[in-house]
Design a protein around this ligand. Structure first.
Ligand SMILES: Nc1ncnc2c1ncn2[C@@H]1O[C@H](COP(=O)(O)OP(=O)(O)OP(=O)(O)O)[C@@H](O)[C@H]1O
Length: 656
């Protein structure tokens, strides 16, 4: 393990070395009028350098009286030269002269997140809407995930050590990037829980108590600090505020206390309170509280946080109107050594203990707090609707709905995963009539129909939500048992996967076939758009968006397949080919997309007719990525997460 606190030579391979005269000219000789910020290192100026074209930059000049110095300066250069990513601020160059240490960064015109949350600084104009706060948290989480896990191309891993809202900077589109790597440590490569022992550094209000006590630094210290940032975003309060009552000085402690007391509503920033949807709020609070768990091992990883925040965003945007169960939640309730007996008696169904807890919703917001919060109460009401009966059998309610979300405001509950009756399916598909057939394969026939959006009851032709009813012969499932299939399907919920609305295994069904009901994707499958004669060619940005959507869906499948309960099978094998439930298709606004196989991905991206219209740099990058995916040596192929990361980077490069 190398350590940035040693004194590596300033790695300047990808950063430019400026003379002091360059910097003086860029900042009007360090004019006070150009000061845009001040941190522990020194003042930050807005400047303008010319490299052929003129470019606005942020110039950070070491204050000779600062407690920070050469070590932080070198660490920053070293880190930012190694870690380049759309969600990390870029270092453009540096200046090192006998009495000067200066860093030059890309300029982030909207300043830092803290100023917008706490209504301070020149950049603040109006309270940030909730959606924007959520997106900023996701960007920052992506940046930290990259720092923590690296990629096959950039295998180094690091711990930031000073995650806070003033180190999250915003560009003119409100895209967020992590900054300030002066305290970062290059970390151990493999295990999330291995650590480095260091002198305790960081910022009060964000310091992981475990690190403070033990000096054992892990990535989970960043996760703790990120949890505090999430609370700042939710409450609009700084991490430390000494102006109020003593128990409210530290946001982390105060917010956790309120959540435990069921009074989380009272601490939400009034300017966003009305905007936050209940589902999104519950998830957001849940993630934040988990980040703050006392035991670092029990905190989620940044990768999990990214997926779950994206999920919360989808809920806020109304893309998942029914209750969906997220794989990341596996970790919420199922911590090692936890006793499940207080939750639910073992059911006769073959769901594993993990799956039961997972499926029933979480029962403990935080293993460190008492189970009395509103969030918890809401969750337990979800559980109650599907508690096993006294014989241990899982009971459905009268509608055959297995799990129900109980939304706020007394709206009609929406089923999450319905057990349809065969009669209902007959009504949905007009008695499985030929005119309703969408496609026919050797093991699967798909029919189109309509159901009521709220109850999932059959509705008239063209009324309510369009769905696909798929009839699958037993051979279509290979050797999988029903319980395994259902387990998987329930958890297969992600904005980039077709939504499974329910199933039917009625004894009256033809030949004991199974039926799945999933959402209907208006634009059909991608191959239609790519290969159908006369189809309007898809533009390059849409193709890229589709590839990214598909990569997100697949990456998610891989994540859930990694959970123990699925260790016996590979998600991609089962879902993509055999069960056919996740044959991802393109929806209405092209935002949630996917492809039907990696073969199509290749042809999508390499389509000859498009080559002229793809920016040449992007074309090269895509071609390189495709070649990596097709590497004959399995181990050398990138993971889906890496593919996704690369596609997102290419997209950023194309749009900027
Ligand atoms: N690249 C940049 N673009 C725009 N503004 C920036 C940039 N870098 C820093 N700033 C502004 O300058 C402020 C100070 O930045 P700096 O990283 O030195 O300090 P800090 O992180 O707030 O504090 P400390 O260094 O003590 O942890 C930031 O909060 C931000 O408002």
């Amino acid at each position: 393990m190398s350590d940035c606190d040693g004194s590596p030579s300033t790695s300047s391979s990808s950063s430019r070395r400026f003379s002091l005269a360059d910097i003086q000219s860029a900042t009007d000789n360090f004019s006070d009028e150009l000061v845009i910020g001040q941190g522990g290192f020194g003042k930050v100026y807005k400047g303008s350098i010319s490299d052929g074209e003129s470019m606005t930059v942020a110039v950070k000049r070491l204050n000779p009286r600062s407690r920070q110095g050469a070590r932080e300066f070198r660490t920053e250069i070293e880190m930012l030269s190694r870690f380049r990513y759309p969600y990390l601020v870029s270092l453009i160059g540096y200046c090192e002269e006998p009495d000067e240490m200066i860093l030059v960064y890309e300029y982030m015109p909207r300043g830092n997140f803290a100023d917008h949350l706490h209504r301070s600084g020149k950049n603040y104009s109006a309270p940030l809407p909730w959606l924007r706060r959520l997106r900023i948290c996701i960007d920052a989480a992506r940046g930290l995930d990259y720092l923590h896990t690296g990629t096959s191309i950039q295998p180094d891993r690091a711990i930031h050590r000073d995650v806070k809202s003033s180190n999250i900077l915003l560009d003119h589109n409100w895209d967020a990037k992590i900054s300030d790597f002066g305290l970062s440590k290059l970390g151990p490569e493999d295990q999330a829980y291995s650590h480095v022992s260091t002198e305790v550094k960081g910022t009060f209000g964000y310091l992981d108590p475990e690190y403070y006590l033990t000096r054992r630094l892990t990535r989970k210290s960043d996760v703790y600090a990120f949890g505090v940032v999430m609370l700042e975003a939710l409450c609009g309060r700084p991490a430390v505020d000494l102006s109020g009552d003593e128990e409210q000085w530290g946001l982390a402690g105060w917010a956790q206390y309120c959540i435990g007391e069921g009074t989380v509503d009272e601490i939400i920033d009034p300017s966003v309170k009305e905007e936050i949807k209940q589902d999104c709020l519950m998830d957001f609070v849940q993630i934040a509280v988990e980040c703050l768990r006392n035991i670092p091992r029990k905190r989620p990883t940044m990768a999990e946080i990214v997926v779950r925040l994206e999920f919360a965003l989808a809920m806020q945007e109304g893309k998942n109107s029914y209750k969906i169960v997220k794989p990341a939640k596996l970790d919420l309730a199922l911590q090692e050594g936890e006793d499940s007996s207080d939750v639910v008696k073992p059911a006769k169904m073959t769901f594993s203990r993990k799956v039961q807890r997972y499926f029933l919703g979480t029962t403990s917001v935080n293993s460190d707090t008492k189970p009395t919060s509103k969030v918890q109460r809401n969750h337990s009401s979800i559980s109650n609707s599907i508690l096993p009966d006294k014989d241990g059998a899982m009971s459905n309610n009268q509608d055959g709905v297995l799990a129900q979300e109980l939304p706020s405001g007394g709206q009609t509950p929406t089923p999450s995963f319905k057990q349809f009756t065969f009669t209902e399916l007959k009504s949905i598909t007009k008695n499985f009539s030929n005119e309703r057939i969408l496609s026919k394969g050797s093991h699967v026939v798909a029919f189109k129909g309509w159901i009521d959006e709220k109850t999932y009851n059959p509705s008239e032709f063209g009324v309510g939500m369009a769905v696909v009813v798929k009839e699958i012969t037993p051979n279509g499932f290979q050797d999988l048992g029903l319980s395994q299939i259902l387990e998987f399907l329930r958890n297969c919920s992600h904005p980039n996967l077709v939504k499974i609305l329910g199933y039917c295994t009625s004894e009256y069904s033809r030949d004991y076939n199974m039926f799945l009901v999933h959402e209907y994707m208006q634009k059909g499958s991608l191959d239609n758009h790519l290969f159908r004669k006369g189809a309007e060619p898809l533009s390059w940005p849409i193709r890229l968006k589709i590839a990214i959507g598909a990569a997100r869906g697949i990456a998610f499948l891989h994540t859930i397949a990694k959970q123990n309960m699925y260790s016996e099978f590979e998600a991609s094998d089962i879902l993509l080919d055999k069960i056919l439930v996740c044959r991802r298709e393109v929806d209405e606004d092209w935002a949630r997309t996917s492809l039907s196989s990696s073969g199509k991905l290749k042809s999508t991206l390499m389509g000859m007719e498009l080559q002229e219209r793809i920016p040449s740099r992007a074309a090269r990058q895509v071609a390189q990525l495709v070649l990596q995916c097709l590497n004959t040596e399995l181990r050398s192929r990138p993971s889906m997460e890496e593919v996704l990361f690369n596609l997102e980077t290419i997209e950023k490069g194309t749009s900027s």
